[in-house]
Design a binder for this molecule. Structure first.
Ligand SMILES: [Zn+2]
Ligand SMILES: [Zn+2]
Length: 327
């Protein structure tokens, strides 16, 4: 009898142990699923730090705080920072889908400041600026510019000087959004002068000084930017000429004087996509971020990257997906 009882008790213990183990395994499986699901929800990207030569895996939304902080002054109104967050998210997604990574080389992708760099840049203003930029990212979480359901390579630049440039004119290929008139960046007031002596010009262009009078603009884009400069049989693209002479954009004219060449240059950067100063001006004038994006990325819609299409339609252009290119 006693023996039977103890055997029964032992059997009961085994049963309890089995139930506990099964429960434990169930909880472990459930927690694992939950963790997997939340990791799934968070879009991760590979961010290459060009100077250090390292690559880190980082959540897109966290990386965006660093991209927006690096690309636009934190003093800009919230709507401009939100427009910048959506544009940067679109650019990063489009680059990431094409290349499998994004880098912080501004000549290839876009500028990035990690938290240490942001603390350094903002000093005592860190907490306030960090909160402002994070709010712009969080309030637009997941939103990108879409064309045919794909995130668009949404380029942006410091200022356009009155008219943005078509992507096709700068890098060829397709044109996901057209050039746009910009009334909010101070336009001509942003023009700057650059003087180069004849000797400096000859050296930078590797020309004989005597042939300099032959220098002329042989093609301009619809926005008025220089597409080609020639000197006899020599030809430069507007971008090559700009970078050889250190001009801030290809939106320039020159005056050939006895002493040298006096350049007038409007805007800063390649001119494609959103004019950041213009976005700042629009935000200050009361436009919301969708209104800003509609001006600079005509024909694109604002929607969730994961869902393809949704809101705010504005279709008035002709071509489809983004081309590639560099600053
Ligand atoms: Zn890159
Ligand atoms: Zn502008």
């Amino acid at each position: 009898m006693r023996r039977d009882n103890s055997r029964r008790r032992r059997g009961g213990n085994w049963l309890i142990l089995a139930v506990v183990l099964a429960l434990g395994a169930g909880i472990w499986w459930y927690c694992g699923r939950q963790a997997e699901e939340s990791a799934d929800e968070q879009q991760m990207i590979l961010l290459r730090h060009s100077a250090e030569g390292t690559t880190e895996e980082i959540a897109l939304e966290d990386a965006l705080v660093g991209f927006v902080a690096a690309e636009m002054p934190a003093s800009y109104a919230e709507a401009a920072l939100q427009a910048q967050a959506v544009a940067a998210r679109s650019f990063v997604m489009s680059r990431y889908l094409a290349d499998g990574e994004v880098c912080d080389d501004t000549a290839h992708c876009l500028a990035y400041l990690d938290e240490d760099a942001r603390r350094q840049r903002w000093g005592l203003g860190f907490a306030a600026n960090e909160e402002k930029i994070r709010a712009a990212v969080v309030s637009t979480a997941g939103q990108v510019l879409l064309r045919d359901g794909e995130p668009v390579a949404a380029y942006f630049h410091a200022s356009c000087g009155g008219m943005t440039e078509s992507m096709k004119a700068v890098w060829g290929g397709t044109e996901p959004y057209p050039a746009a008139e910009c009334y909010w960046d101070g336009g001509a007031a942003d023009g700057q002068a650059r003087f180069l002596t004849r000797a400096e010009m000859a050296e930078l262009l590797e020309l004989d000084e005597v042939s300099l009078p032959l220098l002329c603009v042989t093609a301009r884009s619809a926005s008025g930017r220089v597409r080609e400069v020639s000197c006899g049989s020599r030809h430069w693209s507007g971008s090559e000429f700009r970078s050889l002479l250190g001009l801030s954009s290809t939106n320039f004219n020159w005056l050939n004087t006895a002493e040298g060449f006096l350049f007038s240059v409007w805007g800063h950067g390649h001119g494609v996509g959103m004019c950041q100063r213009g976005a700042g001006g629009m935000a200050a004038a009361g436009y919301d971020y969708r209104g800003i994006l509609q001006v600079y990325y005509g024909g694109c819609t604002v929607g969730m990257a994961s869902e393809g299409e949704d809101t705010d339609t504005d279709t008035d252009t002709d071509t489809d997906t983004a081309g590639s290119g560099q600053d």
